[in-house]
Write a protein that binds this ligand. Structure first.
Ligand code: GUN
Length: 282
């Protein structure tokens, strides 16, 4: 059986096209406020990709690029102002923040209705309670959407997740439980990672470090989702696992780049449109 490449780039493009069509029928322009503090190179690239994607789809993005030395109160006041601004539908606070800022408390300042990243405890809590719709964290939402568009149903599958972050590992675990997978979450203190990985029908690797999972452990015909992205010394981008051997064993696999990364941005746009619609329906 040949391995299916789960093409996040093409799928994200299709989603952006659908959104563009939908936005063109609205009598308002959904608006995303993007806050970037400092000049972290990776964040600068992410933010400009998000802004570009908004523009292409017909969303308005308002950019607030603050100096790295900005104090927390200034940022908090900006978030409060955007919360109260009726022309703003979504607020994105790009992470990481400079070390003098408390990320958790600042993220919590964004009201759940405008939390298009899905990071607020209210939105995370809904996912934990079984929601598969609403303002779902964008990366896990992108994984689920990609699986659905390739007709891969998690129901009954042994799903193994490597990584327990609040942005990826925990919410994807909750979503996969809601979709009737049997879920195991592995992390840095897991005793026998190979044992768990080698019995996964659906493997989600979001370790944030390369080669924690050895590709040779992958079960034959598993579906492999690699959330990692790393730039090697020669400039090439790669995921958390070594691709070629994983590809040889898997029935389907995401490439890096062109897998989950573009899906995350597409779901951010989808969440912004949803937030705009929900706010107007209340
Ligand atoms: N930094 C890295 N990924 C993300 C993301 O998905 N959202 C935000 N806000 N910051 C990030």
């Amino acid at each position: 059986m040949s391995t299916v490449i789960l093409d996040g780039k093409a799928t994200a493009k299709a989603i952006r096209r659908e959104l563009k069509k939908e936005i063109s029928t609205l009598d308002y322009t959904p608006t995303l406020a993007v806050i970037l503090v400092g000049k972290d190179p990776a964040s600068t690239v992410y933010v400009s990709s998000k802004e570009k994607a908004c523009k292409w789809a017909g969303l308005k993005s308002i950019n607030h690029h603050l100096d790295a030395s900005t104090d927390s109160e200034t940022l908090r006041n900006l978030i409060i102002k955007l919360n109260n601004d009726p022309t703003v539908d979504g607020i994105l606070l790009q992470l990481p923040l400079p070390s003098h800022m408390d990320e958790e408390s600042l993220l919590m300042e964004i009201i759940p209705e405008k939390d298009v990243d899905g990071f607020h405890p209210v939105n995370q809590g809904k996912v934990l309670l079984g929601a598969t719709k609403g303002l779902i964290p964008c990366t896990p939402y992108g994984i689920i959407e990609l699986l659905q568009r390739y007709d891969i149903n998690p129901s009954g599958k042994e799903a193994v997740i490597v990584g327990r972050s609040s942005i990826v590992g925990r919410p994807i675990a909750a979503l996969l439980i809601s979709l009737n997978a049997t879920v195991t979450v592995c992390h840095t203190k897991t005793k026998d990672l190979k044992f768990h990985v080698s019995r996964a029908d659906l493997l989600v690797i979001a370790a944030g470090r390369r080669n924690i999972v050895d590709s040779s452990w992958i079960k034959k015909d598993a579906v492999v989702i690699d959330v990692g992205i790393h730039r090697l010394d020669d400039g090439t981008l790669t995921g958390d696992i070594e691709f070629d051997q994983a590809h040889a064993l898997a029935s389907a696999i995401t490439p890096v780049p062109g897998g989950i990364g573009p899906m995350t941005i597409a779901m951010l746009l989808k969440n912004t449109v949803l937030a705009a619609k929900l706010r107007r329906s209340n």
